[in-house]
Write a protein that binds this ligand. Structure first.
Ligand SMILES: Cc1ncc(COP(=O)(O)O)c(C=O)c1O
Length: 413
């Protein structure tokens, strides 16, 4: 519909974003060189494969973890991490309801119980105060998700973990290159997990990495991701049940080349994310709530997630985002559609063949239909994600901020 009173692009006006964002070219000569070398190899098996060894060496340059298991996905890395803790069935692991399914799949497969704690309204990461409220005698671990590249409050969360003797698994899938107080995320908890899926800062299509500095867990990581076969000592004599989550040499070849590019890719995300937030802070648009980033930390801006105070606008979030997209901005409404406990599998407790044996056996009384995390629920209704990519330009970022201002002012109540 064209409105003469409006210059919004969605109403036929000129677009705010005219800068062309180059199509991403994420893989190139470096990946090809590794893949070319790989096809000369006699084997594509990961164990002691040249490509996988290269991936491990490059990974350890950034994340100096002593024991590292590359695997098939971030979800696999997280499953291996949970399994390695060998928690008794019914153990509770507190995590965020605003994350990917990958954070909880391994918890459920290991017969543990994801307990959702609410998030901070400004960082969207776990709210330490609410984590404390969700602790019970069955709590054994925290799964800390660093959402969108913004580090979680590790001082507070590690203090809770120490106080209650909880293990900490860091889900760093979205936070390659992020640092808390100058130290890379993943180096705080007992186990660190990373994803190399298509949509992350770096990608081998799919892939993941789990690592630890804890020697009591270290050697077992390989077993947990590899049918519980002992690749170090050799031989097949599994003592327990493990999936096959092995990476393969083609994935490792691409991932190793991507790891070399990581610093430059992360630097571009930080540069454009910071520039966008700085502009938006200066604009101080009424009703647009920006994510808070502690100045001592490095947010690696996988994306920028902001919130709208909907009472300040004469439109829905969806109308706001449609107008923003029409201006040429790369925006989507929200992140995940609802907190994870609202997904049908949680509402129906359908974890194994239509039921939840853990509950039938009396090992948990968790009822996800009664879970409530009000901040997470509100954020997923009023959040707007702006994508960040190394192929942006300063001009594109500046015009994105202008587009946001144009739309916000147009719809201001
Ligand atoms: C926070 C978080 N955790 C875990 C995962 C799972 O990673 P993958 O898709 O590699 O299994 C993702 C992927 O989207 C994620 O964003």
């Amino acid at each position: 519909m064209t409105s003469p009173a409006s210059s919004l692009a969605i109403h036929g006006g000129p677009k705010a974003v005219t800068a062309v964002r180059a199509a991403p070219r994420r893989w190139g000569r470096e990946e090809l060189e590794r893949l070319t070398a790989m096809v000369e190899q006699p084997s594509l098996f990961y164990w002691n494969g040249p490509q996988t060894n290269a991936l491990l060496a490059e990974f350890r340059r950034v994340y100096p973890l002593l024991w590292v298991m590359p695997c098939s996905s971030g979800s696999a890395a997280l499953h291996i991490a949970v399994a390695a803790l060998r928690l008794p069935p019914g153990s509770e692991i507190i995590t965020s309801p605003v994350t990917d399914m990958g954070s909880v799949i391994g918890i459920l497969y290991q017969q543990c119980v994801p307990v959702f704690a609410d998030i901070d309204p400004h960082t969207y990461n776990l709210d330490p105060a609410d984590v404390r409220r969700r602790i019970t005698p069955k709590t054994r671990a925290l799964m800390v998700v660093h959402l969108a590249g913004n580090p979680s409050d590790m001082d507070a969360l590690m203090a809770i973990a120490r106080e209650h003797k909880l293990d900490v698994i860091e889900d760093c899938a979205q936070s390659w290159g992020a640092c808390y107080r100058g130290k890379p995320v993943g180096l705080f908890g007992r186990l660190a997990c990373y994803s190399l899926n298509e949509y992350k800062h770096i990608s081998s299509g799919d892939g993941g990495i789990v690592g630890t500095n804890d020697e009591t867990l270290g050697l077992s990581l390989t077993k947990w991701g590899d049918k519980h076969y002992d690749r170090v000592a050799g031989g097949r004599n599994p003592e327990t049940l493990s999936p096959n989550y092995r990476i393969s040499e083609p994935q490792s070849a691409v991932a190793a080349a991507q790891m070399v590019k990581l610093p430059a890719i992360v630097a571009a995300h930080i540069r454009f994310g910071t520039r966008l937030l700085t502009h938006l802070r200066e604009l101080a648009l009424p009703g647009v709530m920006l994510p808070s980033v502690d100045p001592r930390d490095t947010h690696s801006f996988w994306f920028v997630l902001l919130r709208l105070e909907l009472a300040c606008f004469r439109c829905t979030r969806e109308e706001f985002v449609a107008a923003l997209v029409a201006e040429g901005a790369h925006a989507v409404a929200g992140y995940i559609p609802k907190p994870m406990y609202r997904y049908p599998l949680f509402q129906n407790h359908d974890f194994f063949a239509g039921g939840w044996p853990l509950r039938d056996a009396g090992l948990t009384t968790m009822d996800y239909r009664t879970v409530s995390c009000p901040v997470a629920e509100a954020m997923l209704v009023d959040g707007v994600s702006l994508s960040i990519s190394p192929t942006m330009s300063d001009e594109f970022v500046d015009q994105t901020a202008t587009a946001l201002a144009k739309v916000a002012r147009h719809f201001a109540a």
